[in-house]
Write a protein that binds this ligand. Structure first.
Ligand code: NOJ
Ligand code: CA
Length: 507
């Protein structure tokens, strides 16, 4: 039997923006609890929650100040445990986000570490002497500027691959490894089904702190070969995987493997002994074009080791939402994108709002909260209805980020032609048909603009991402078309598709 995540679909929730249960304008765990019936109705199998730990929120939860507790604005341990139990009753598992690359500078570990050169936690973080009056090396922060900050107290520099308030943990210290073993077990013992691992490829830094070389593909940037992507990272994942396998069912590790080379991405699967899933950013950043996407998918399929399982995503909390980035708000294209991501071989991860085609939102300057990365427009409240408060919170409550505008769940839920219904029907058809969960992927010959592939022996999918109508050599019956009027149509002499049209066929 395949593991649950291989057959299933994961749904990413940005907890502050999903549902606000206590009218403080901030989404919370109790709000997610209230929406479990919806998620069951939609048909998802797992929820990945962005960080729920206590955090000063310099990077909205990705600066953790306590790895084993819940941020009071989001709820408490009892509510989380209730969420795990209630989700399980509906066949849904809960995944959390773990941030091992860095902690908050407010974490007691770092507070101790920075207090003196002989502090007990001194070597839990990366400290070094400066060079020629400047930082220890040339590494660049992902958020811009140097990765080093001079700490006056001890006269040394500390490393932060992201904000200065996100001090990098030193994975050359054995105690750090053990601390994270305990953190994994802490949550697994509470029924958490697995982790999405933040900056999975970047956890270990070069022990000798060698300079990064220039990036030949990005003028003015460095290639992070020493500040990230170190081979020792694999050792962490092998160790964590063993911990995962001690539980029943085995816990899941999904890596934020933010690398564009499919071969490097695939290396994080190890020999089936590291991550079960490694996010595919080459696909996220590819243009929405038949030829280019086909190539990324083929390269991914070729790179992933035998027995390995791909994972696909369209949007997340860091990138522009796909209906805007890929589809420029064109509903026909949005429908095609969902058809694609739900019918490739692999585990799809939907981002809240994907299922209604929610676009990137404009956030006025005075409402901006993500000073690090300007990502607020992908993190605004879920639009449940068009009532005041959009079903996210009560009328009159000021949400933490603006509601924005656009589609909502209530108006799509009972509409057979809606994006939401299409999405739900695609999830249902996946559940019903082995080919669509387990069947192999194979590209099929297709005219320019169309990308077609088979799944297993009995199903094929085609999308026309070109400008003009074209016909692909397929016969069969349309099970789900992006144009729902074509469901059930018998295709005898080639499948004709208009621009921005796609279909799933039983062949
Ligand atoms: C990746 C996370 O997805 C992003 O939101 C965060 O800013 C960085 N890692 C740093 O933790
Ligand atoms: Ca709240």
């Amino acid at each position: 039997m395949s593991p649950w995540w291989q057959d299933g679909v994961i749904y990413q929730i940005y907890p502050r923006s999903f549902a606000d249960s206590n009218d403080d304008g901030v989404g919370d765990l109790a709000g997610i609890l209230d929406r479990l019936d919806y998620l069951e109705w939609l048909g998802v199998d797992g929820l990945w929650l962005n960080p729920i730990n206590p955090s000063p929120n310099k990077d909205w939860g990705y600066d953790v100040s306590d790895y084993c507790d819940v941020h009071p604005e989001l709820g408490d341990m009892a509510t989380l445990e209730r969420l795990v139990t209630e989700a399980a009753r509906r066949g849904i598992r809960i995944l959390l986000d773990i941030v091992p690359n860095h902690s908050s500078d407010q974490h007691p570990w770092f507070q101790d570490s920075r207090s003196s050169r002989s502090a007990a936690h001194r070597d839990w973080y990366v400290w070094a002497d400066g060079k020629d009056g400047g930082p220890p090396n040339n590494w660049q922060s992902v958020f811009g500027g140097p990765t080093w900050t001079l700490d006056e107290t001890t006269g040394q520099w500390y490393l932060h691959n992201f904000l200065p308030e996100q001090s990098d943990l030193n994975w050359w210290t054995q105690d750090v490894w053990e601390a994270f073993d305990d953190i994994l077990r802490f949550w697994f013992d509470r029924g958490i089904a697995g982790f999405r691992i933040d900056v999975a490829h970047g956890i270990v830094n070069d022990r000798e702190l060698r300079d990064d070389p220039p990036d030949p593909d990005a003028a003015g940037r460095l290639k992070p070969v020493y500040s990230m992507n170190r081979p020792e990272t694999h050792e962490i994942f092998r160790r964590w995987r063993k911990i995962c396998e001690q539980y029943d069912p085995a816990r899941l590790l999904v890596g934020e493997t933010h690398v564009l080379d499919p071969v490097v991405m695939a290396s994080y699967y190890g020999d089936g002994d590291e991550l079960q899933l490694a996010f595919n950013f080459a696909c996220v950043y590819a243009p929405f074009e038949a030829e280019r996407l086909r190539r990324v998918i083929e390269q991914t399929e070729a790179a992933i080791p035998a027995g390995g399982w791909p994972v696909w995503t369209l949007s997340n909390h860091d990138v522009v939402r796909f209906p805007t980035r890929w589809c420029q708000g064109d509903e026909a294209k949005i429908r095609c994108a969902l058809l694609v991501v739900l019918l490739l071989r692999g585990t799809p991860v939907l981002y809240y709002g994907d299922e209604i085609g929610l676009e990137q939102q404009a956030v006025p300057e005075e409402a901006v909260l993500d000073f690090a990365g300007n990502r607020d427009g992908a993190r605004t409240p879920m639009r449940w209805s068009d009532e005041p408060g959009v079903g996210f919170t009560s009328e009159g409550v000021e949400p933490w980020l603006p509601f924005g505008s656009g589609p909502d769940v209530a108006s799509q839920r009972d509409d057979p032609g809606s994006i939401l219904t299409l999405c739900r029907d695609l999830l249902a058809v996946r559940r019903e048909r082995d080919d669509l969960r387990a069947g192999a992927y194979a590209s099929l010959p297709s005219p320019e603009g169309i990308w077609a592939w088979s799944r297993g022996a009995g199903h094929a999918i085609a999308v026309n991402l070109g400008e003009s109508e074209a016909t692909v050599d397929l016969t069969g019956t349309i099970l789900v078309g992006t144009d729902r009027d074509r469901d059930g149509e018998r295709v005898e002499s080639g499948l004709r598709l208009g621009p921005a049209e796609g279909a799933l066929l039983q062949t």
